[in-house]
Design a protein around this ligand. Structure first.
Ligand code: ADP
Ligand code: MG
Length: 252
């Protein structure tokens, strides 16, 4: 049974999508069977893997509203062993369509159960909103990775996310896979302080691996490639491979 991991933080621009694309790629390169679900209407994870959201026949939207299944919606990516269920701007409308369902928070969980046996890891790239789609992702997930941007560590925002998860009671088993420091610049004293502060608050829940600020990570998506295929020797590629290995070790 594959492990379902949501990548979430209600703050935008902290590295959720970058982590999703590059962690998923690294896990696949390490011979894991991986499925990435793009659960953000912005569809940046889809385009970042070279998939045009306008061209896919079936996206996560069709799965959520019952017009298609996950298996029918998986598209191959440029990475061997990494499948993608794309997003679509229509996903915004899915929130409204789901609103009247009785088990509206558990739709994604049901949808994914069909595919779980086929993968080692299913990653879900969440949007910054804490709306129904993100609640569905956190309800379906076994654990959550919380990327934290090294320059703007807002404990308040993180706490709100955690409280929401815990209070929801929808998924009492949900574990924190780890806090991940992103866009780390070791030249900045602030970045080091933030790592120490995170460690102080969350201890072992903080990944040992940090993702350094690296221009290749921001360039790669415009070429529709994960960093590993764009520049495999870049810091960004190496950091995400380290992260994948740390994740695998943690879950052995
Ligand atoms: P989110 O999904 O949380 O909104 P993104 O992953 O899209 O965040 O990242 C926001 C922006 O920062 C993007 O332009 C991305 O390319 C860039 N970025 C993310 N991580 C890094 C990094 N480690 N180094 C350099 N740029 C990064
Ligand atoms: Mg994103």
């Amino acid at each position: 049974m594959g492990k379902i991991i949501a990548i979430a933080n209600q703050k935008g621009g902290v590295g959720k999508t970058t982590t999703s694309i590059n962690l998923a790629t690294s896990l696949a390169v390490l011979d894991k069977k991986v499925l990435l679900i793009d659960a953000d209407p912005q569809a940046n994870a889809s385009s970042g893997l070279g998939v045009d959201p306008q061209q896919v026949k079936s996206s996560i939207y069709e799965c959520l509203v019952g017009q298609s299944s996950i298996k029918e919606s998986v598209v191959e990516t440029c990475v061997e062993g990494l499948g993608l269920v794309a997003s679509h701007i229509d996903l915004v409308g899915a929130e409204l369509e789901l609103m009247n369902l009785k088990n509206r928070e558990r739709v994604l969980s049901h949808v994914l159960s069909e595919a779980r046996g086929d993968y080692d890891y299913i990653l879900i790239d969440c949007s910054p909103s804490l709306g129904l789609i993100t609640v569905n992702a956190l309800t379906a997930a076994d654990s959550v990775i919380i990327p934290v941007q090294a320059e703007y560590f807002a404990l308040e925002g993180i706490s709100k996310l955690l409280i929401k998860i815990i209070k929801s009671k929808l998924n009492p088993q949900l574990e924190i896979e780890g806090f991940l420091l992103t866009m780390y610049d070791s030249r900045l004293r602030l970045a080091n302080q933030i790592y120490e502060e995170l460690k102080g608050h969350f201890g072992n829940l903080v990944f040992n691996t940090v993702i350094q600020r690296n221009i290749r990570l921001s360039e790669a998506p415009s070429h529709g490639l994960p960093a590993l295929l764009y520049d495999c020797e870049s810091r960004g590629s190496v950091n995400h491979m380290e992260l994948a290995k740390e994740l695998i070790m943690k879950n052995r």
